[in-house]
Design a protein around this ligand. Structure first.
Ligand code: PHE
Ligand code: ZN
Length: 865
């Protein structure tokens, strides 16, 4: 079969400015699949209509396809009536409407890219976003071509008793030779990236939901029979999501059935195919024995995310892939708020900001920085990034904050109303916010255009003579690839001034920073107040202030905005750690005291306490330095952790012992108690107490849930003890046949703060249970390792070599997943010369690899520029 990914073709760059409406539309498509793992036949019937006044031929995208036969209006085309060039099938058509049929044969079993139709654990399933549909059949594979789909499947009934596709089931029946068939129709026009089918031996967790207008929807979560008991949480999350979208956005579900299928091999988290979501099984399956609280929250958040796409993505889709954040940023914002409503707003915000800083801020300050609405790409799969998703969500959040809840809702109502059934743009969304919310967002639009994280300097100065304070605000946006100069942005900063005497502030104000430099004066302050700024993380910016350690300690004890309180605590720790790394005198006692006060404050939520008292990550500390020194960072952080452990040892021991007897529950209170208990264990182990490993091993052995079991394992994995080896062995033997849980065994070791992690990862790469064929396993080992700053940046350069070797090997199977491992190597500019040279050398070595994919080529070459 034709293969168009030859290394000789120079990667083509797609530009936003080149957008043109499609030449031909496809209002209807009928697909007939003769399913078989080795050879599936696809017969597509497209009703095509000429779009506008032109005489251009019909061009259909294909990737690795050869037409076995082509018919136009029933007549078979001769070989000279069509051409195939770089995968594209061109057919000259004379009238304004035709019926075009193509026949192809594809091989799901050999599809290791997991794009298009592929086999996973005995199932056949599809993944089409972004450009996978062209690996199934010839079609104008672009999101602004919307069609009504009718899908017929035939398959062996014993191997594939369940046949699912988008929309509603219409008919099914048996065939000779042990085969059977089914037909599904989807009445809602959709782009081909939302097409899906699944065939397999699946069991169903069936339930129902009655919508706000009284319609009954059949819900199904389809998994392997053995996994049925692990689907309850996902089902509850689905029903909660459906009710939430009705209540918060007025959005009702629109088909009679909603199905979810879990598959073991999946490139991303999940996919919002209309009426047939397909999930990475890690975001469906959960039970206390194998899933941590973080896993449970992941299931809830991703189920919600995909469900919410039914409106933000499917009913209103994207005009082109440069608009990806239109659906992803908005949908992330929606799922974040949903999860906050289901649990704790404070803790959810802290977690989301932590993710944003770890993933998006790093992206924004490196060679792969790009705007939320990019200008160009080589391979669209590389643009499913933290910038599109998480920064995109922050943009929506800022608009929601500036508008207030009622006007924001008026804006989203207008957006859905105006664009239902259409392929829209980010600009359409902003305009709906302006029109529905009655606000001018002219300058705000820069957030979509300019890459890079804005820096804000906030300097508070007190004038006792006038009894006033002046807040001087300055902003700058650093240069990013292709954008050397930036204009000032519109930055909403929630601000409050605290009176140190009373411990209270006089009101929370939304300041709009719109100039490069501006100042505000506040009267009525005989003594200097303390500044609380960017409360709730109202803008995705880096704030630098002139607050003293004493000011931060004050805020860590008094700020009534939970995010700001957490942030003050973190900044207090960052200052101490960065000072220590830089060899300056620092006051660690202030950190210990702040932690003690936080831990013993009975008014605080345990989950919040656990967040607040945890030290900033090594990567975040690296972000605060001009040149990242992984060894010095690790040493400083480790030393502080040990000191906190030792000085407050009785407290940790007490906290750890206290929560022991609680029976397992999934309530926010129970989750918070576990989080705090695990944090106590971490500090207790760091304290140097002789029984640290014994206590951790005790928790590991006695735990009735994975949250405590895995945390104990992770704590042990950081040290060197007999208990470490014992626990790893027990864990392995207990879960060796459960892929998702075995991933944790790989991941925990790859994440460990252990001097030998790099050698261990090398060994684990040769373990009999390691495979490049499963993306979850690759991420568990190499993805986790590349995120372990101290280990990955081992001064030998061995970590770089391991990851580069993995990229090269994986690229031959699954370029999308391989490309996602490139960014950690691409950050070489942030490191000392020796490390930078080794990182660059690995990137150059990758680039020399013959037959390198477009995916990896783009990421590596941009990283070297
Ligand atoms: N659209 C999916 C989501 O965010 C992500 C995805 C992209 C999945 C590409 C698969 C392939 O929900
Ligand atoms: Zn999404």
């Amino acid at each position: 079969m034709a293969d168009n990914s030859s290394s000789l073709t120079i990667p083509h760059i797609v530009r936003r400015q080149d957008y043109r409406p499609p030449d031909w539309l496809v209002p209807d498509i009928a697909l007939d699949f003769a399913l078989d793992a080795a050879a599936t036949r696809v017969h597509a019937t497209l009703s095509v209509t000429r779009n506008g006044d032109h005489d251009r031929p019909l061009r259909l995208d294909g990737d690795g396809l050869l037409p076995l036969e082509i018919r136009v209006d029933g007549a078979v085309l001769a070989a000279d009536q069509w051409s195939l060039d770089g995968g594209t099938l061109t057919i000259a058509l004379s009238n304004s409407a035709h019926m075009v049929e193509t026949f192809v044969e594809i091989a799901p079993q050999g599809n290791s890219k997991l794009m298009g139709l592929y086999a996973s654990g005995g199932l056949l399933c599809t993944q089409c976003e972004a450009e996978g549909f062209r690996r199934i059949t010839f079609f104008p594979d672009r999101p602004d071509v919307l069609s009504r789909y009718s899908v017929r499947m035939t398959a062996d009934k014993a191997l594939y008793p369940v046949l699912l596709a988008n929309g509603d089931p219409v008919e099914q029946g048996d065939l000779p030779d042990g085969r059977h068939w089914a037909r599904w129709n989807d009445p809602f026009p959709k782009p081909c990236y939302l097409f899906a089918l699944v065939a397999g031996d699946l069991a169903c967790n069936a339930d129902r939901f009655v919508t706000m207008s009284g319609r009954e929807v059949q819900l199904g979560i389809w998994v392997r029979e053995a996994d049925l008991p692990r689907t309850a949480h996902a089902m509850q999350a689905l029903k909660n999501s459906m009710a939430w979208d009705e209540r918060v956005y007025g959005r009702e579900y629109d088909l009679d059935v909603f199905n979810i299928v879990a598959v073991a091999d999946f490139n991303f988290g999940a996919m919002e195919n209309k009426g047939l979501n397909i999930f990475n099984s890690r975001y469906i399956l959960a039970d206390p024995e194998t899933a941590t609280d973080i896993d449970y929250d992941g299931v809830e958040g991703v189920v919600a995310h995909e469900y919410f796409h039914n409106w933000s993505g499917n009913r209103v889709t994207c005009r082109d892939w440069f608009q990806l954040s239109l659906k992803e940023g908005f949908t992330v914002f929606r799922d974040q708020n949903f999860s906050a409503d289901m649990g704790s707003h404070a803790v959810k915000r802290i977690e989301d900001v932590r993710i944003l800083r770890a993933a998006q801020f790093q992206e924004d300050s490196g060679p792969l920085a790009h705007p939320v609405r990019p200008e160009s790409y080589m391979e669209i799969s590389n643009f499913y990034t933290a910038t599109i998703y998480n920064k995109g969500a922050e943009l929506i959040r800022m608009m929601a904050l500036m508008l207030g809840p009622e006007r924001f809702r008026a804006g989203t109502d207008l957006y859905f109303d105006r664009h239902d059934g259409e392929a829209a743009t980010c600009e359409d969304f902003v305009r709906a916010m302006e029109d529905g919310g009655e606000i001018d967002l002219a300058q705000f639009r820069l957030w979509y255009e300019q890459a890079g994280t804005p820096h804000v300097r906030a300097l508070l100065s007190h004038d006792p003579a006038t009894q006033s304070v002046t807040l001087l605000l300055e902003q700058s946006v650093p240069p990013t690839p292709g954008q050397p100069e930036k204009r000032p942005m519109a930055i909403p900063l929630r601000t409050a001034l605290f009176d140190p005497e009373t411990g209270q502030h006089r009101g929370d104000e939304l300041l709009m920073l719109t100039e490069a430099r501006q100042s505000v004066t506040f009267a009525g302050w005989p003594t200097a107040p303390i500044l609380s700024i960017n409360r709730g993380f109202s803008a995705p910016v880096i704030v630098e202030t002139n607050r003293s350690q004493a000011d931060l300690a004050f805020l860590s004890a008094h700020d009534d905005d939970p995010f700001a309180r957490y942030e003050a605590m973190q900044q207090l720790m960052v200052n101490v750690l960065v000072g220590r790394i830089g060899g300056q005198p620092v006051d660690e006692d202030a950190v210990v005291a702040a932690i003690r006060d936080t831990v013993t404050n009975p008014l605080l939520d345990p989950a919040f306490i656990a967040e607040a008292i945890r030290l900033p990550s090594e990567a975040y500390l690296g972000d605060q330095m001009a040149v990242v020194d992984p060894d010095a960072i690790h040493a400083a952080r480790d030393a502080l952790q040990r000191r906190i452990g030792a000085e407050l040892e009785p407290l940790w021991r007490d906290m750890h012992g206290k929560t022991k007897a609680n029976a397992f529950a999934l309530s926010p209170a129970a989750k918070g108690a576990r989080k705090l208990r695990n944090t106590a264990l971490l500090y207790l182990a760091a304290s140097g107490a002789a029984d640290g490993a014994t206590v951790a091993f005790g928790q590991f052995s006695e735990a009735d849930n994975m949250t405590e079991r895995q945390a104990a394992l992770a704590t042990l994995a950081n040290g060197a003890s007999a208990e470490r080896e014992a626990a790893l062995d027990i864990f392995y033997n207990r879960y060796r046949d459960d892929a998702l849980t075995l991933d944790k065994w790989f991941q925990t070791q790859a994440f460990a703060f252990h001097p030998d992690t790099v050698d261990l990862v090398e060994e684990l790469g040769r373990h009999k249970d390691f495979t490049l064929a499963n993306p979850n396993r690759v991420r568990a080992l190499y993805g986790a390792f590349a995120g372990n700053q101290w280990a990955f940046h081992h001064k030998s350069g061995k970590g770089y070599r391991l990851v580069a070797d993995c990229i090269v090997a994986l690229d031959k199977l699954n370029p999308q997943t391989a490309a996602r491992l490139v960014p950690p190597l691409g950050r070489w500019r942030r490191f000392d010369e020796a490390r930078a040279a080794m990182m660059r050398a690995e990137l150059q070595r990758i680039l020399l690899e013959p037959g390198l994919s477009k995916d990896v080529t783009e990421q590596v070459s941009k990283s070297l520029e």
